[in-house]
Design a binder for this molecule. Structure first.
Ligand code: DI6
Ligand code: FE
Length: 416
């Protein structure tokens, strides 16, 4: 008991997977006491303090409670779609060829720049709701389809509004170093200097960047080019993430580690040195299997080596219009198991506890234990293995963020 009046809410369920400890952290016939939007008690009903009392009692007769899932890598604020590129890739063109011909990220940049702030919000909300229906309570949202001060700011403000409008917890990541915008063609260092000297400090002033990310890749920026930007970010207290080694080993994982990064993401081509550096730096490995499948890649990330090294692995959708048009974190969990050989337990921890670490939220969300925010999802499932087992299945029965149930619209309209 936390005070005389008891808890705000008490939830009973047949089973909870708490994500505490090495495995699922299962508790049967579970009771969860919530006070001020936080978890005050988790344990078997039999261990509930006898004086326990609550203003609201929810008796869930069936199903499973878990921490609300966390999608720790998305680009869900964008305008325009790239289904044409999907067809072109199926017809034999590569992702790099399409990018070189003016498609790819640049196509999304043109559409996102042209959209008004309101249009962008109306396009983005249904994607956030789709994730919420999939049991996600926290989403990370990157910029990177604006690539100029005004449009990057528009994207990040939109991300904040997505959080306000849905009730989901949103973490914003500034990804100005996603691609070279056309007006800086041939002048990558000038572009990066603008990001470093002007845009990043301005976004930091406005509280719009919870983290910074960069695309470290031969078709984007090199580790050497990115260092000054990351140095500046660290001096402003902004943590680093890196799109690392997705298409080639360009030292992205080591770069993330060098700046004590929260995560290095993708990692298909990361070698032993990158893994050792990540382990030493406490950097989470963000596994993004949907992008791998959609792009038809053939070298999977080094899952066994990451596992053996003890690098925590998170799993995310990478929701974006080009390489990962995927609006279900459970689909990504399934692919992480079926395609990359992660275990369902790893996928579960990757979408809860380790995803929280990758956002700097390890003390707040991702586990059901006292002191954590009351971010929960309720599923018509018998066991948490089923979160990864099904590929396409009904939505979560309910999701709470900060103790409040998300009110997911049954029907959303996308306006253009
Ligand atoms: N994440 C990214 O940012 C890039 N690939 C990926 O997996 C590019 C996304 C895009 O094509 O728009
Ligand atoms: Fe990405």
């Amino acid at each position: 008991m936390t005070d005389q009046a008891g808890w705000d809410q008490l939830i009973f369920a047949p089973l909870a997977a708490t994500a505490v400890g090495a495995g699922y952290g299962l508790i049967e016939d579970v009771a969860i006491g919530i006070q001020d939007g936080k978890i005050a008690f988790v344990g078997p009903r039999s261990a509930l303090p006898s004086a326990a009392d609550a203003r609201s009692v929810v008796e869930l007769k069936a199903g499973l409670l878990t921490p609300a899932l966390i999608d720790a890598h998305t680009h869900l604020v964008f305008a325009g779609r790239r289904a044409d590129e999907f067809e072109r890739r199926l017809a034999g063109e590569s992702y790099a060829q399409i990018a070189a011909s003016g498609g790819g990220i640049r196509a999304s940049v043109a559409a996102t720049r042209a959209a008004s702030a309101e249009q962008l919000l109306q396009l983005s909300l249904p994607r956030a709701w789709a994730l919420a229906a999939d049991g996600v309570g926290t989403i990370e949202i990157k910029s990177g389809y604006g690539l100029d001060p005004e449009s990057e700011t528009k994207q990040l403000r939109c991300a904040r509004q997505v959080g306000e409008r849905t009730g989901m917890r949103v973490r914003t990541t500034f990804l100005g170093a996603h691609a070279l915008p056309p007006e800086y063609q041939g002048r990558p260092l000038d572009y990066l200097a603008m990001l470093t000297e002007e845009l990043l400090p301005a976004l930091a002033d406005q509280g719009l960047a919870d983290a910074i990310d960069a695309y470290c890749e031969h078709l984007a920026f090199s580790a050497d080019q990115l260092r000054p930007l990351f140095r500046k970010a660290r001096s402003l207290g902004i943590p680093v993430k890196v799109h690392a080694d997705q298409l080639s080993d360009c030292g992205g994982a080591a770069l993330a580690a060098e700046f004590s990064g929260l995560s290095a993401d993708h990692l298909e081509y990361t070698g032993a040195a990158g893994i050792a550096a990540m382990k030493a730096a406490g950097c989470v490995a963000m596994i993004l299997p949907a992008a791998y499948v959609v792009l038809g890649q053939d070298q999977p990330p080094p899952i066994s080596a990451l596992r053996e090294a003890g690098v925590p692995m998170a799993v995310a959708t990478d929701l974006n219009p080009g390489s990962s048009p995927v609006q279900s974190l459970r689909a990504a969990m399934h692919l992480a198991c079926a395609v990359f050989g992660m275990t369902p337990t790893e996928a579960f921890l990757g979408a809860t506890r380790h995803a929280a670490s990758a956002l700097g939220l390890a003390e707040k969300v991702g586990q059901l234990k006292p002191g954590m925010s009351a971010d929960l999802s309720w599923w018509a499932l018998e066991h948490p293995v089923e979160l990864s087992y099904w590929l396409g299945s009904p939505p979560a029965l309910a999701t709470w963020v900060r103790g409040k149930q998300l009110e997911i619209p049954t029907r959303t309209l996308q306006e253009g």
